[in-house]
Design a protein around this ligand. Sequence first.
Ligand code: ZN
Length: 149
Amino acid sequence: MLLGIAVLIAVGMATYIVLPLLSAETAGGSLPVDVTVLGDLKRRRLVVYDNLQDLEFEFQSGKIAPGDYEALRANYLGEATVLMAATQEAEQLKENDAVIEREITARRTQRDVQIKAEYSCPACGYENPLPVKFCGECGARVPAPRKKG
Ligand SMILES: [Zn+2]
């Protein structure tokens, strides 16, 4: 029992360490955090399908009693269903993350534009990238921005 848990943890850790490396190679670029989760789910689904095929084969060759075969098969199919649902959920989360990312980018851009407008120099028109009292380009006084209500 304890050994089984230890093995599971070891496999899980290996998955999280090795899979990102593999996917980074195939994706050839920046690695989103959730790739590991989806990759892990996919790998576990493939394992379940492998087990199902093995089971089918062993049943066909008469190594497994029909009752055991049915029970194991139901077990694997249940596992596959759970993994499918988890995958869909993870993909949904990924989509939500993408929406949030776009929202953040839009707001960040908006904020940057706002700062530029608020701290642009009235004398030379230079857009000071930071809140300043004096223009970084010509040294003229930059009026404090009006406080937003
Ligand atoms: Zn200036």
